[in-house]
Design a protein around this ligand. Structure first.
Ligand SMILES: Cc1cc2nc3c(=O)[nH]c(=O)nc-3n(C[C@H](O)[C@H](O)[C@H](O)COP(=O)(O)OP(=O)(O)OC[C@H]3O[C@@H](n4cnc5c(N)ncnc54)[C@H](O)[C@@H]3O)c2cc1C
Length: 354
């Protein structure tokens, strides 16, 4: 029996769990993957790492600004660039000055690992059902071990369509239709990420680190991921598709040819023919990459007798900053519904400063 079960160890779930455990609640986080961070994702490959999810942090508000300062002080992140190249519709390249973009030399998932310190997290454990018990608690059923967790409150920190699939079976008796309709109104766009490595002798070599494709049918972004690493042995890139292109290939089984096609398009657009012939190539599909139809508040709370609150980047904002703000807001709401323990954002940072 725990006070709060948090489903999902992405940025929203981790921030929420930290805030609640700081306040004195017992918290268990369950995560279906074997790593932390969700879409703040890093893959180990070919003796290096590549960020195939979040590429960088660009703080806008106070919360992420302070978190970035803290991460920088701990040498987990550093400034990568303040310039992002643009490939425009008329095929012109222009350089845009940007706010500072911060990256983690060890891979962006290092940020999630930092945030997860001290938390009780069960990895490789997908939550497959939530049910109320006669004792007025929630019971979470986990897939791999058929284990169960009992909790007074549940935070569902996963993309809304996945939350809907998990919670819809409760609709008849427990959850009201309006809550499920609100969850169902949220839409995400997908994305395909290609990671590709090249011989060190590749020429001509671009002089940019990050480039956005403006209104391109197939491509959205490309970054020289190896330039984030301390001692790169060979150049490697991460290339992200447009939402439309990913939508077309949502059910395609073999993604390797899709990745090759994207490299071909990038090679043509940027006049870098060697981009089409990588030494190695890996492709990842994000079914729920970016919220395009978000919920209009920082969390979504179910109207039922037991506390159940949903959060994530799809609540109120977007990107990592939105996910963190939503995680904090969900923690506040759970605290409000449970015990009203002292809870404020300052404490959140004190944990890591001690
Ligand atoms: C390709 C790409 C590039 C991006 N680039 C940037 C960027 O440069 N800057 C930026 O700020 N943001 C970027 N983002 C967005 C950013 O990654 C997200 O906004 C943020 O990470 C969302 O965090 P979250 O906690 O809301 O959700 P998620 O990160 O999706 O976390 C949800 C977690 O729940 C787990 N889960 C799902 N279902 C279950 C279940 N049933 N049981 C247990 N666990 C479950 C998932 O495995 C996942 O770990 C990018 C996203 C993508 C896809």
């Amino acid at each position: 029996m725990t006070d709060i079960a948090v489903i999902g160890a992405g940025m929203a779930g981790l921030v929420c769990a930290q805030q609640l455990s700081l306040a004195g609640y017992s918290v268990v986080v369950v995560e279906k993957s074997r790593g932390l961070g969700g879409r703040v994702a890093t893959r180990r490959l070919q003796g290096t790492v590549a960020d195939h999810g979040t590429c960088y942090l660009k703080p806008k508000g106070e919360l992420l600004q302070r978190f970035v300062e803290l991460l920088e002080k701990r040498q987990i992140i550093e400034v990568w660039t303040d310039k992002v190249e643009q490939f425009n519709s008329d095929s012109r390249l222009t350089t845009q000055n940007s706010a500072l973009c911060y990256v983690a030399p060890e891979g962006m998932s290092a940020i999630a690992k930092f945030l997860a310190q001290g938390l009780d997290i069960l990895l490789n454990q997908r939550a497959i059902a939530i049910n109320p018990t006669p004792e007025n608690t929630w019971r979470l059923t986990l897939e791999s071990s058929n284990a169960e967790i009992t909790a007074k409150a549940v935070v569902v920190a996963i993309p809304a369509p996945q939350a809907l699939a998990l919670l819809a079976p409760l609709s008849e008796t427990i959850l009201d239709a309006e809550f499920l309709d609100n969850l169902g109104s949220v839409e995400f766009s997908p994305s395909i990420s290609v990671m590709a490595g090249y011989p060190p002798t590749s020429q001509p070599f671009p002089n940019w680190k990050a480039l956005t494709f403006v209104n391109h049918a197939d491509l959205a972004w490309i970054g020289l991921d190896s330039s984030k690493r301390p001692h790169p042995q060979q150049p490697h890139f991460v290339l992200q598709s447009s939402a439309n292109f990913a939508q077309l290939h949502l059910e395609t089984q073999d993604l390797q040819p899709i990745g090759k096609y994207m490299l071909q398009k990038a090679a043509e657009a940027l006049s870098l023919p060697w981009l089409f012939n990588p030494d190695w190539l890996q492709v990842h599909r994000w079914r729920y990459a970016f919220p395009i139809q978000p919920w209009n508040a920082a969390f979504l709370s179910a109207t039922c007798s037991l506390p159940l609150v949903c959060c994530g980047d799809w609540c109120g904002g977007n990107l990592v900053e939105g996910a963190m703000l939503s995680g904090l807001a969900a923690a506040g709401e759970i605290n409000h519904q449970l015990r009203h323990l002292p809870l404020d954002n300052v404490k959140f940072f004190e944990l890591f400063n001690s």
